[in-house]
Design a binder for this molecule. Structure first.
Ligand code: HEC
Ligand code: HEC
Ligand code: HEC
Ligand code: HEC
Length: 127
C-alpha cells in the first residue's frame, strides 16, 4: 500500500513538474552570473520551476519578455534567449543594464507583492 502511494505520488510529481515547460531534465537552481566579467556576489538562488509555481506566475513573458518600439508584446516570449543577449552591462536608453534588469525584475516584483526576498544576502546566498 505504501509503495503504491509512493508510486502514485512520483507519477503526479512527474506529471506536474515534467509538464511545466520544455526544461525538464535538470532544474535551474540559481541565476548564472557568468555574463558578468567579475561577479562580486554568489549567484542568486532561483529554483526556476518551483519558484514560478509557488509564486503563481503563469506567463513566461513576465520575465522572458519581448518589446517592440518600447511596448511589451503580450503574445510573445523570449525564453529561447538569455537576458544578457539583449541587456548589456550598461543602460541603453530605456533598456536597463543587466544587473539593474535583474534587480528590477526580481526584487521589483517581490517589493510590489510584499513577498519574496528583498535583502541582498537572501538572494545572493553563499552555499
Ligand atoms: C530578489 C533577488 C535579489 C536581491 C534581493 C539582490 N539581488 Fe543582486 N542579483 C540578482 C540576480 C538574479 C542577479 C544576476 C546574476 C546573479 O545571479 O548573481 C544579480 C546580480 C547582482 C550583481 C552583478 C553580478 C555580481 O555578482 O557582481 C551584483 C553586484 C549584485 N547583484 C549585488 C546585489 C546587492 C548589493 C544587493 C542588495 C542591495 C542585491 N544584489 C540584491 C538578484 C538579487
Ligand atoms: C520569474 C521569472 C521567470 C519566469 C516567470 C520564467 N522564467 Fe525562464 N528563466 C528565468 C531566468 C532569470 C533565466 C536565466 C536567464 C539567463 O541566464 O539569461 C531563465 C531561463 C530559462 C530557460 C533556459 C534554461 C537553462 O537552463 O539555461 C528556459 C528554457 C526557460 N527559462 C523557460 C521558461 C518557460 C517555458 C517559462 C514559462 C513556463 C519561464 N521560463 C518562466 C526567469 C523566469
Ligand atoms: C529579446 C530581447 C530581450 C530579452 C531576451 C530580455 N529583455 Fe528585458 N528588455 C528588453 C528591451 C528592449 C527593454 C526596454 C523596453 C523599453 O524600451 O521600455 C527591456 C526592459 C527590461 C526591464 C525594464 C522594464 C520592465 O519590464 O520592468 C527589465 C526589468 C528587464 N528588461 C529585465 C529582463 C530580464 C530579467 C530578462 C531575462 C529573464 C530580460 N529582460 C530579457 C529586451 C529584452
Ligand atoms: C512576478 C513576480 C516575481 C518575479 C518576477 C520574481 N519573483 Fe521571486 N518570488 C515571488 C513570490 C510571490 C515569492 C514568494 C512565494 C512564496 O513563498 O509563496 C517569491 C519568492 C522568491 C524566493 C524565496 C523562495 C524560494 O524559492 O527560495 C527567492 C529566492 C526568489 N523569489 C528569487 C527570485 C529571483 C532570483 C528572481 C528573478 C530572476 C525572482 N525571484 C523573480 C515573485 C516573483
Amino acid at each position: 500500500m505504501k509503495r503504491l502511494a509512493a508510486t502514485v505520488l512520483t507519477a503526479v510529481a512527474l506529471a506536474v513538474f515534467g509538464g511545466m515547460g520544455v526544461r525538464s531534465q535538470e532544474e535551474m537552481k540559481q541565476v548564472s552570473s557568468d555574463p558578468f566579467p567579475r561577479p562580486q556576489r554568489p549567484p542568486a538562488v532561483f529554483l526556476h520551476d518551483a519558484h514560478n509555481a509557488k509564486a503563481g506566475i503563469e506567463a513566461c513573458n513576465e520575465c522572458h519578455h519581448v518589446y517592440e518600439d518600447g511596448k511589451r508584446r503580450e503574445e510573445e516570449s523570449s525564453e529561447d534567449r538569455r537576458c544578457a543577449d539583449c541587456h548589456g552591462l550598461a543602460d541603453e536608453g530605456g533598456r536597463p543594464g543587466l544587473r539593474k534588469a535583474y534587480h528590477r525584475n526580481c526584487r521589483g516584483c517581490h517589493l510590489e507583492r510584499r513577498q519574496g526576498p528583498i535583502v541582498c544576502g537572501e538572494c545572493h546566498r553563499r552555499s
